[in-house]
Design a protein around this ligand. Structure first.
Ligand code: ADP
Ligand code: ZN
Length: 720
């Protein structure tokens, strides 16, 4: 190719043309270095140049990286996702090459060994001692491995080398990625599991075949899709597993290791840059056969992709809300289609979208109806708080407290679920009634007693807890209102002083190490009462946990969110699913002030069919997803009047089209966020409408307005 179009990882345009010097050979997909103005950037050869600029005026490609090219199907995926989400292709590409140094030549690796003649008088600190001990076990160790093994920093190693205690040895290359072994430790399946595994495994590597693996919590969905991964391994195909919040999936990684002998490559935000570089490279060269990650792992280049698993496919965290707005579950289905990979969506509470896709014949339905080894589905009881209200300042009814006490006395464990971080969601002045709010958002400040600060959970603003009211100046008048998990822990400790309590929220469990420590503490019985937010709801398997209490089952039902009922249903079922997973039966107690609410009644009766039927009917009646299409347009600006006027002007410019309605503008529920005033429009259309084409046409009619920012969210999930 002599003239090429190169897509750069930038949020603008669709690529620039370059000339290829005669001594260089490039093909589509190659990573190349090109000039852009005064800068040099790395991009991807997207195809033939299509501009009409004369050869001599074209800038020249500077270099080609010695890295595996981005496959044809991956490039089509980038274009597809850009078109669907109405983003610049370069913004999408950027997500696929988020760690540019992975494209550079592999740096030589340093190893260390103990010095043959160490100085007699060197200072031996405990850290240095740990390094020496690690080096006794193995003669030469790669620097990174040694740091981990001895729990020391690179500076400690460098210091020891200077002191002559250890010697650096250049290593030819890093240790090869260890391959998972499909035959390492297979389980014996039940008849149902066997059938499910056979169906899914047979389709590995077949284009765009999608399965909804639908089984109650604890039915062995993970074991079943492990078998599909084993099949991919046997056929030398790569597997990609997306899980919500991988940083917290300590148990998942351990299970993978016991099934396949090694840990998979993991991709998540807690990795260091060096780790990210190594994982990216191993995945993009095809060396790493299995990668597990949060939603961003979906964008990793994988040359031999044969299987994509989306575990807990209903989970909200698969929706990316900033930058390129997309839903990783939906885009996994698209990627499977483009890459000849099969897709497994696993859940005990599938999204309504997925259920309807099964009905429409798009997804195959694979069902597991029973918990493994005869464990029973927990009994769910609704506790009517109108009759059982605890005294003022307390949130647990006497009945629930008694159940906790009985459970703990029997040597079992309990979990209290409350999806509210911190101590109290609201602080009020008892003297003037002022509610403490964030200066930059329309949101209350949440008290965190551990840190003695107030925090905005939307923008991260924090301030120390004041001791006088900022409005009326009254002293000691500020009072916490309502409970967060910290306050609940306080209540429990007062009522049950012998309970061994741990609070699990995103501010106490910050990463894989904390999560692993918590899992160990629960498994060893160091903790017998867990109090936590939604981070506790997912995936955990604690055999001795038999009681789950939901402190405020009504919490998710308030507000006008389209998916409020569905999400409450899913969340409460997930939480309930933590109880009684082994031989002892579990029970779940839901505290509610509206126990007649249909969603809560369906949960108590374990009536999934009824719930789904009712929810579908309601959505269908209003033409709402999955029976119609939605897009949200958020217009935001520093000045509320300007933003409102711009949103109104946009609404007036909306083209009339069949089966399309533009609703609004209206102030967004979160009307102020990070100092920006937000107004919202909602586009509602039937399935027959090309929503993206409509929006493009609409925006083309709107004059550019520098005072506002416009964000489009196709298939919005978050209605804030
Ligand atoms: P799910 O993903 O549906 O919640 P899991 O795969 O986590 O279910 O299974 C629940 C528990 O039962 C796990 O500890 C798992 O190892 C175990 N289990 C499931 N199926 C089998 C099997 N066929 N043989 C042995 N253990 C199994
Ligand atoms: Zn804020």
């Amino acid at each position: 190719m002599e003239r090429v179009k190169v897509l750069l990882p930038l949020p603008v345009g669709g690529g620039y043309d370059y000339r290829v010097p005669s001594e260089m050979a490039v093909s589509p997909g190659d990573f190349v270095r090109v000039p852009l103005g005064p800068r040099q950037l790395t991009g991807v050869v997207w195809g033939e140049a299509n501009g009409a600029i004369a050869d001599e005026k074209l800038k020249v490609v500077l270099a080609r990286h010695d890295a595996p090219p981005l496959s044809d199907s991956h490039r089509r995926f980038v274009d597809w996702l850009a078109g669907y989400s109405l983003s610049a292709p370069g913004s999408v590409l950027r997500m696929s090459m988020s760690i540019p140094e992975a494209l550079d030549p592999v740096p030589p690796v340093t190893g260390y060994r103990a010095a043959a003649f160490p100085p007699a008088k060197a200072r031996i600190t405990p850290q240095r001692q740990a390094v020496m001990e690690a080096l006794v076990r193995e003669k030469v160790i790669e620097a990174a491995t040694l740091r981990d093994a001895a729990g020391v920093s690179g500076a400690v190693l460098a210091g020891m080398a200077r002191a002559g205690l250890i010697e650096a040895v250049p290593l030819a290359r890093r240790q090869p990625w260890r391959q998972p072994d499909p035959a390492f430790a297979p389980v014996t399946f039940s008849a149902d599991q066997e059938q499910a595994a056979a169906l899914i495994s047979a389709a590995v590597g077949s284009s765009g075949k999608v399965f909804l693996l639908d089984g109650v919590t604890g039915s062995g969905k993970t074991e079943v899709y492990f078998e599909a991964i084993a099949e991919a391994l046997r056929r030398s195909l790569q597997s990609l597993v997306l899980v919500p919040e991988i940083a917290l999936s300590a148990q998942w990684l351990a299970r993978f290791e016991s099934r396949f002998g090694v840990r998979p490559a993991a991709w998540h935000s807690d990795l260091t840059r060096t780790q990210r570089r190594d994982v990216w490279r191993a995945v993009a060269t095809g060396e790493a056969a299995v990668v597990v990650g949060a939603r961003s792992a979906l964008m990793l280049p994988m040359p031999r992709l044969g299987l994509i698993v989306v575990d807990e496919e209903h989970d909200q965290s698969f929706k990316q809300e900033d930058g390129v707005i997309y839903h990783a579950r939906d885009m996994a289905v698209v990627r499977g289609m483009l890459e000849e990979a099969s897709v497994v969506l696993a859940s005990a509470t599938p999204a309504l979208e997925s259920v309807v896709n099964v009905e429409r014949g798009r997804y195959a339905h694979v069902v597991l109806t029973e918990r493994h080894a005869g464990a029973r589905i927990p009994r769910v009881k609704l506790l009517d708080m109108r009759a059982e209200a605890p005294p003022r300042g307390r949130w647990l009814s006497d009945k629930l407290v008694t159940e906790i006490a009985t459970t703990l006395a029997a040597g079992e464990q309990a979990m209290m679920y409350l999806n509210r971080r911190g101590y109290a969601p609201l602080t009020v002045c008892r003297s003037c009634g002022l509610r403490l709010t964030c200066p930059d958002c329309s949101a209350w400040l949440v008290e965190h007693r551990l840190t003695q600060r107030l925090e905005c959970h939307h923008c991260g603003f924090t301030q120390p807890l004041p001791n006088i009211c900022p409005d009326c100046g009254a002293e000691d008048s500020l009072a916490p209102c309502g409970p967060g998990v910290e306050r609940l822990a306080e209540e429990v400790t007062t009522l049950l002083p012998d309970a061994r309590v741990a609070v699990a929220a995103s501010d106490t469990i910050r990463g894989p190490a904390d999560a692993a420590a918590l899992v160990r503490d629960v498994q060893d019985g160091v903790v017998n009462l867990l109090i936590g937010t939604q981070i506790l709801a997912k995936g955990y398997h604690f055999p001795r946990l038999t009681l789950v209490g939901v402190v405020d089952a009504d919490l998710g039902l308030a507000g006008g969110d389209l998916r409020a009922a569905e999400q409450t249903w899913q969340m409460l079922n997930q939480v309930a699913g933590r109880a009684g997973r082994a031989d002892r039966p579990g029970q779940v107690i839901l505290q509610s002030w509206q126990p007649d609410h249909p969603v809560l009644r369906a949960i108590a009766a374990n009536d999934r069919e009824g719930f789904v039927a009712e929810e579908k009917a309601a959505r269908e009646a209003h033409g709402m997803p999955p029976y119609g299409r939605l897009a949200a347009v958020i217009v935001s600006g520093r000045h509320t009047d300007a933003a409102a006027a711009a949103a109104l002007a946009m609404a007036r410019n909306a083209p009339t089209a069949d089966d399309v309605t533009v609703l609004g503008p209206a102030p967004a529920p979160l009307a102020l966020l990070r100092g920006y005033h937000r107004h919202r429009l909602l586009v509602k259309a039937s399935h027959a409408v090309n929503l993206q084409a409509y929006i493009r046409q609409w925006f083309a009619r709107c004059p550019h307005n520098r005072q506002v920012r416009i964000k489009v969210d196709i298939d919005p999930y978050n209605f804030l």
